[in-house]
Design a protein around this ligand. Structure first.
Ligand SMILES: [Zn+2]
Length: 152
């Protein structure tokens, strides 16, 4: 799923639980559970998609979404907000492992076979297609509404 959806979910886990020993592993687990839910993916191959300008714009927007979550937590400071910032990061972080794949994919059509994590990730993300954007949007709205309950 998008990094923003991972970050929102991680933040909610931190706010809900308030207990680092529970929230941190749960946030990490949430990444893989969320990726198993059908979600957005390009029509083309992943390697081709990573070379497009559209992907870069989406990445930038997604980064801004994550920053917004952290800023909202910082400004409103609900209880356990610092834990929530950390679990937001933990929930998003597995995608950082894909950065070398992103770099390699710019040149190499067969980049996927060099990256064990990307192989694993593409296996659990069994449904990544354009209509999955609806799921992403629904998750974004639902999680934002829940987050807002903590911020008011
Ligand atoms: Zn992922």
């Amino acid at each position: 799923m998008t990094a923003t959806n991972h970050a929102l979910t991680g933040a909610l886990i931190g706010l809900w639980s308030g207990k680092p020993l529970v929230a941190v592993p749960a946030a990490l687990l949430s990444h893989f559970l969320l990726d198993m839910i059908p979600h957005f993916g390009p029509r083309m191959s992943v390697v081709q998609w990573l070379r497009t300008q559209r992907f870069r714009w989406m990445l930038a927007a997604d980064f801004l979404g994550c920053v917004t979550v952290v800023i909202l937590l910082f400004v409103h400071k609900p209880s356990h907000w610092l834990l929530a910032c950390f679990t937001a990061f933990i929930a998003t972080s597995p995608d950082l492992i894909s950065y070398p794949f992103f770099k390699r994919a710019q040149q190499d059509d067969d980049a996927e076979r060099f990256n064990w994590y990307t192989k694993f990730a593409s296996r659990i993300q069994w449904f990544e297609r354009p209509p999955g954007a609806i799921v992403e949007l629904a998750w974004l709205i639902g999680a934002s509404v829940l987050l807002w309950q903590f911020l008011r």
